[in-house]
Design a protein around this ligand. Structure first.
Ligand SMILES: Cc1ncc(COP(=O)(O)O)c(C=O)c1O
Length: 396
């Protein structure tokens, strides 16, 4: 199929950069104050970003950090997750979700996803043991997990809930933004995400104690005095932390990007709506299940094919046209990464024994096709994409 218009790059936040980002960053550079806690003329960009981000999510507290992985590690450490603990993670996710658990010395235990490609609440419950400390629902590809069911089960078993919101900044579940539903929310602002600071992340929470622990975990275990200097700590609450601080340049970008989040979501939702209207029902593909359609940020169009060969074929066709299409993670669950396998064994064969298998996830992932949507899509892009999918489905 010939292309009528080149496809915009699949970086929703970055393609929206304009003078607002430039001015915000230049202000920091001109002030020669790139460090968040002090400097010759501190602009307080990170603090302002934290305040605005907390407001967007609908929680009292946000801590900006250096990446989404950092947000997960800091969040887990705030919850006290460590050696001997298990954390339930969906088998479909980016490596960082499981990696963060391992980096805290705990063991990720993998649960199936369902037709939404997010954590299956029923399978999550079957994976709970006496060692389970937390569950990490991952809001995969712009949609919320089935949070009512997950939260109810977590409450019943007295588990912490840390939401991995890396791929779903701004998504809602029953009117509430993700990151405000569990005890902790973890966000990423890497370039593939809805808004970007190049590298960056955020931890959100409504719990002041968890917030304080997150601050410590991200800054050498320290709290700072009003001048931004490390306060000497002799309290019982102190523990050793690392350095996952966000810098002022990232904060400046984040502030400018955040003002565009709703516009980005709005445009991608419109594109997705138009594509679905054009496609109607397909012969060989179904849409993935979405628990809350209204809350979908429409970062991705996800289709589930009758067979893995059909999914692969459609992805190849769309890639050939320049769309950001893929079988998610090559159709392979996260536990298949050899570093995850190895580290699970290091942390105790007792905890990590046996071959991990989530057969339903393996089947669903292999049959899925995920296409990136962009706030820069024009009606022509929408039509090109929809036409190509329809054409492939008819010919299959
Ligand atoms: C689900 C998920 N969790 C965590 C991360 C880690 O974020 P970062 O790359 O900012 O460390 C990502 C993205 O990269 C992700 O997709």
């Amino acid at each position: 199929m010939s292309l009528r218009e080149p496809i915009p790059p699949d970086f929703p936040g970055a393609v929206m950069f304009d003078e607002a980002e430039v001015e915000s960053v230049v202000e920091v550079i001109r002030a020669r104050s790139p460090f968040r806690y002090y400097g010759p003329d501190l602009r307080d960009k990170v603090s302002a970003f934290e305040e605005a981000f907390a407001k967007m999510v609908g929680v009292p507290r946000c801590l900006a950090v250096s990446s989404g992985t950092a947000a997960l590690i800091v969040g887990l450490r705030a919850l006290g997750v460590g050696p001997g603990d298990e954390v339930i993670v969906p088998a479909n996710t980016f490596i960082a979700s499981a990696g963060a658990v391992l980096m805290c010395g705990a063991v990720p235990v993998f649960a199936e996803v369902d037709e939404s490609l997010t954590l299956d609440p029923a399978d999550f419950e079957t994976k709970i043991t006496s060692r389970t400390k937390a569950v990490m629902p991952v809001h995969f590809g712009g949609i919320s997990c089935a949070m009512d069911e997950i939260l109810t089960t977590a409450r019943r078993h007295k588990l912490w809930v840390i939401e991995d919101c890396a791929q779903a900044c701004g998504a809602k579940y029953r009117g509430r933004r993700v990151g405000s539903l569990g005890h902790i929310g973890a966000f990423s602002f890497q370039i593939n995400k809805l808004i970007t600071t190049g590298e960056g992340g955020a931890v959100t929470t409504s719990d002041p104690r968890l917030y304080e622990r997150a601050v410590r975990a991200h800054d050498h275990g320290c709290l700072r005095d009003p001048a931004g200097r490390v306060a000497f700590d002799t309290t019982e609450e102190a523990f050793v932390g690392e350095n996952y601080r966000m810098n002022e340049l990232a904060g400046a970008l984040g502030l400018a990007q955040l003002t565009k989040l709703d516009l980005i979501i709005d445009r991608m939702r419109q594109a997705k709506k138009a594509i679905k209207e054009y496609l109607g029902n397909l012969h060989h593909f179904q849409y993935r299940k979405i628990w809350d359609e209204v809350g979908d940020v429409a970062r991705r169009l996800v289709l589930i094919a009758e067979t893995a060969a059909l999914a692969k074929g459609l992805a190849k066709t769309l890639i050939g046209m320049g769309f950001a299409a893929e079988v998610p993670y090559g159709g392979r669950p996260v536990y298949e990464h050899s570093q995850i396998k190895r580290m699970r064994m290091w942390y105790g064969e007792e905890l990590a024994k046996g071959e991990v298998r989530c057969p339903r996830t393996e089947d669903l992932l292999g049959r899925s096709v995920m296409v990136g949507l962009s706030p820069k899509f024009t009606p022509t892009h929408v039509e090109q994409l929809a036409e190509a999918i329809k054409h492939y489905d008819r010919g299959a």
